[in-house]
Design a protein around this ligand. Structure first.
Ligand code: HEM
Length: 365
């Protein structure tokens, strides 16, 4: 069963999703947005990638001349293949890190539905989602989930898998901070799983155990819309932004040995798309009969799941407006998700670079 699911996921990732192919793996009721649609989105960002590259050449040349004006990662100890101990990484160096993560994602398919990508997206989110705008604490800067007690917080169960997945990359590029690596991996995973290009910039520094955030900052899936708002307002997001972010549930699955919940949100958990929203709107969701925590299942196949917080997105009138917009239009979802995921990954980071100098990484072929 698991390997069948993997073959489907791999096929979806490696085979153009022509309409001739799709019905073999899923009913037309659950059809993906057309490949043309997704390809068009990708094409739309491809030229941006070039533009981003040009403008960044200037920035990084300047920084190199500044001799590590300290802003970015003054390396003590050298880099694999780089002998200088004063190594100032360029955009090309970060692209190498991206490529290494993408290659590892492509090679290591014997996991879940065939990809570690979803759990990397979740690692980047949980590293960032601890941010508190009032105190300026938490956020991706610090990578404090490396330490107890944060690694042991209930919400972070299962994320050791993602952190361990990235250890060989850290060993290959010791100059990158964990905080930059985890967030870069989140951007990489979205892109490699067919999602939009997620512009990213370096600048995070690792902190010690004293910077760990208290338990309870990440959302509890058993709660309702008030809780969603409490948690995401604390980070500085509005209603539209929180709905867009939760659309990442198109990816991956819940695991009984991690959160207690069980199952994937859609039939293509290794493809980033607006399927989560489409299914929320088009399917009938009923409470699952089981001994586990309250969750919902689709009436048609009873193989998919929604969390109570996911269902809250269609129960709440303000949230529902955005669910409908994203269900209807994959391009709008990709655009708004990009903006808000970039914002999430940058919460509380004391960048010295400008937002317009973010890197746009090339997705692998
Ligand atoms: C109300 C907000 C949210 C709640 C309550 C929530 C809750 C959960 C839960 C319970 C799981 C299952 C974990 C497991 O058992 O492995 C999960 C998985 C996941 N979440 Fe969320 N989440 C929220 C928002 C987000 C956001 C904002 C993102 C990213 C932008 C995200 C990305 C993911 C991904 C990709 C997975 C799948 C991980 C895997 O396959 O291992 N979630 N989430």
């Amino acid at each position: 069963m698991a390997s069948a699911a993997r073959s489907v996921s791999r096929a979806l990732r490696s085979t153009p999703a022509t309409s001739a192919f799709r019905p073999a793996v899923r009913s037309s009721r659950f059809a993906l947005p057309s490949q043309g649609f997704r390809a068009a989105s990708r094409r739309g960002y491809a030229s941006e990638a070039d533009a981003g590259k040009k403008s960044n050449t200037f920035l990084w040349a300047g920084l190199a001349v500044a001799g590590g004006a300290g802003a970015y990662f003054y390396l003590k100890g050298g880099d694999a293949g780089v002998s200088s101990k004063d190594f100032v990484p360029t955009q090309a160096d970060y692209q190498k890190v991206y490529d290494a993560i993408a290659k590892r994602l492509a090679d290591e398919t014997d996991y879940d539905d065939g990809s570690y990508g979803p759990v990397l997206v979740r690692l980047a989110w949980h590293a960032s989602g601890t941010y508190d705008k009032e105190t300026g604490t938490g956020g991706s800067n610090g990578a404090t989930m490396r330490f107890d007690p944060e690694s042991g917080h209930g919400a972070n169960a299962g994320l050791k898998t993602a952190r361990d997945f990235l250890e060989p990359i850290k060993a290959q590029f010791p100059w990158i901070t964990y905080s930059d690596l985890w967030t870069l991996a989140g951007s990489c995973a979205i892109q490699e799983l067919g999602g939009p290009v997620i512009p990213w910039r370096p600048g995070r520094e690792d902190r010690d155990v004293s910077a760990c955030t208290p338990d309870g900052r990440l959302p509890d899936a058993s709660k309702d819309q008030r809780h969603i708002r409490d948690v995401f307002y604390r980070m500085g997001f509005n209603d539209q932004e929180m709905v867009a972010l939760i659309g990442a549930h198109a990816l991956g699955r819940a695991h009984t040995d991690r959160s207690g919940f069980d199952g994937p949100w859609d039939f293509s958990p290794t493809v980033f798309s607006n399927e989560f929203f489409r299914l929320l709107v088009d399917e009938k969701w009923q409470q699952k009969k089981w001994s586990g925590p309250t969750q919902f299942t689709d009436k048609t196949t009873q193989t998919l799941m929604m969390l109570p917080t996911d269902i809250a997105l269609v129960k709440d009138k303000e949230f529902k407006k955005h669910v409908d917009r994203y269900a209807k239009d994959n391009d709008v979802f990709f655009k708004e998700f990009t903006d808000v995921y970039v914002k999430l990954l940058e919460l509380g980071v004391p960048f010295t670079s400008k937002a317009e100098d973010r890197y746009v990484f090339k997705t692998s072929e």
